[in-house]
Ligand binder design. Structure first.
Ligand code: SF4
Length: 341
């Protein structure tokens, strides 16, 4: 395995609120290597976006407590000052947000915003930065980039705005790109174009990508490795093939069973996961998934509600569940048959 470019170890992110402490991330560890995409999947409130804001240092410092270790190319980020983080953001690491309209300023042209990011990090002249903005718009597939560079965000379509955001995120050739649900608001065709664009750019620059989504279909398309989060913890990880074809955790199985497949039988009903994601203000004891888990009663002595399952990872593959391997083999047996026969 290549040396990780980003290494997160035992990360805890807690916020203080008027109602108490929200334990948004609780002991998360993962690595991302250059040229590969880690897909982080989970429902809203699972801690996936919070994790990435912590990596970028964009969390609310006043109300947030961070513990653990985040190493970017060997540099510790949790103890880095705001100035150092600002230098790293845009230069070494960058983020594409879900809502391009909210993230681009309506008062400045698209080109000026891309050029400004470039100038800030490289000290380039105005002319060089404008040329670079045009080049980036061309690279992300904006037609007539030398003309559209002077358009305002509202003159771009939704897909073009998202491309412009990608251009801005990549203008300084960051080595780590964090994409937080970047295609959720787009129609399926534009979504596919954006994903192809990210894959091309990754091949060209060898960028390490973290792709956050709740959509396993998107994961199937773009990820090399997958980390499944539930209630602020990682419940399963592995390669895309391992996680999607042979899930090893009841929550992952539930996500897969609630998603339609192109090759699955139309007679097989989709099964939603009952209940709602846990409150992280007062999370369930033991396994945080136990109130919703169909298999909790198969574990003796009610241990699911009292014992935190350990995440045992061997060569990048692991899950956090108290069921034995034999129990999982029996209980999950129908999975492959119902979905892929
Ligand atoms: Fe379900 Fe228990 Fe496994 Fe948690 S530990 S996923 S509750 S079986």
């Amino acid at each position: 395995m290549s040396t990780p470019f980003l290494s997160v170890r035992d990360l805890h992110v807690h916020f203080s609120t008027e109602d108490g402490v929200v334990k948004a991330v609780d002991g998360l560890s993962f690595d991302v290597v250059k040229g590969k995409t880690l897909g982080i999947v989970g429902e809203s409130g699972s801690g996936k976006s919070v994790t990435n804001l912590a990596i970028l240092g964009l969390h609310n410092r006043e109300h947030t407590t961070l513990e653990g270790e985040i190493l970017l190319d060997g540099q510790e980020l949790l103890t880095a000052g705001e100035r150092d983080l600002e230098k790293l953001r845009g230069n070494k690491m960058s983020m594409i947000f879900q809502d391009a309209l909210a993230s681009l300023s309506p008062y400045h042209t698209v080109g000026a915003q891309i050029a400004e990011t470039y100038r800030k990090h490289t000290g380039a002249s105005k002319k060089e930065a404008r040329d670079r903005a045009i080049e980036m718009l061309r690279r992300v597939g904006i037609p007539q980039p030398d003309v559209r560079v002077d358009d305002y965000p509202h003159q771009f379509s939704g897909g073009m705005r998202q491309r412009a955001m990608i251009a801005m995120a990549l203008v300084c050739d960051p080595e780590l790109l964090i994409a937080d649900e970047p295609t959720t608001a787009l129609d399926v065709t534009v979504q596919a174009q954006i994903m192809d664009l990210l894959k091309d750019l990754q091949q060209e620059f060898g960028t390490a990508i973290i792709f956050i989504t709740h959509d396993l279909g998107v994961i199937a398309d773009i990820a090399d490795d997958v980390l499944v989060m539930y209630g602020g913890r990682c419940v399963e990880r592995g390669t895309k093939k391992q996680v999607l074809s042979t899930p090893d955790h009841p929550y992952t199985l539930g996500l897969l069973n609630s998603m339609p497949t192109l090759d699955g039988s139309v007679d097989v009903p989709l099964t939603p996961i009952p209940g709602s994601p846990p409150s992280l203000l007062n999370p369930p004891s033991g396994c945080r998934f136990h109130p919703r888990c169909a298999f909790a009663e198969k574990v003796s002595d009610g241990r699911c509600s009292t014992e935190r399952p350990k995440l045992d990872v061997v060569e990048g593959r692991g899950s956090a569940c108290l069921l034995t391997a034999e129990q999982k083999q029996d209980l999950f047996a129908d999975f492959a048959g119902t979905r892929h026969n």
